[in-house]
Design a protein around this ligand. Structure first.
Ligand code: ZN
Length: 93
């Protein structure tokens, strides 16, 4: 499963945290959809997998975006997610 990183106000948040746990269902569903699309993707330069970054001012207004070791991987992942748009739930911008 694709790794997920959660940041609120620029600070990393522990997914096991009680308040965060309330929002994990939403994050998990996006995570699963993302994983099915780009879970097998690897950076051709670094061999790293992409990550899902959830960030925002508050836990209930998190934006999901794909991140990774370098811009090349992020571009590849974003492109693949866009191609897949409409077939299943993708992160909404
Ligand atoms: Zn890379």
């Amino acid at each position: 499963m694709i790794a997920v990183k959660i940041e609120v106000n620029g600070k990393p948040v522990d997914p096991e945290d009680m308040e965060t746990a309330l929002h994990m269902a939403t994050i998990q569903s996006v995570r699963e959809a993302t994983d099915s699309t780009i879970g097998d993707l690897r950076c051709p330069v670094h061999g790293q997998a992409p990550m899902l970054l959830c960030h925002g001012d508050r836990l209930d207004t998190l934006e999901m975006q794909v991140t990774g070791c370098c811009q090349q991987l992020i571009d590849m992942a974003s492109e693949k997610l866009q191609e897949d748009d409409g077939q299943e739930d993708s992160p909404v911008e």
